[in-house]
Ligand binder design. Structure first.
Ligand code: ZN
Length: 76
């Protein structure tokens, strides 16, 4: 089931310049590199990572908590 209202997904889309999460997901659904965001509550670091990334290393807080937008949305 898709989750298009996850707070981190909203933050990620806004960081990338999107006001609509659906537009963000459509643009990156077929991409080889997808914006990801750190899932730690006190960190909103973003980076471009693999579409299926679920535990990427965050360069801001040092935790393996980077998730791609497609994963957060439940599309992968
Ligand atoms: Zn972080």
């Amino acid at each position: 089931m898709f989750n298009l209202i996850h707070p981190k997904l909203v933050t990620l889309a806004e960081t990338e310049g999107y006001t609509e999460i659906v537009d963000f997901l459509e643009d990156y659904a077929q991409g080889g590199v997808v914006p990801a965001i750190c899932m730690a509550p006190d960190c909103d670091h973003t980076a471009d990572l693999e579409p299926d990334q679920r535990a990427g290393f965050c360069e801001a807080c040092g935790r393996p908590s980077m998730k791609s937008g497609l994963v957060i949305a439940g599309m992968i």
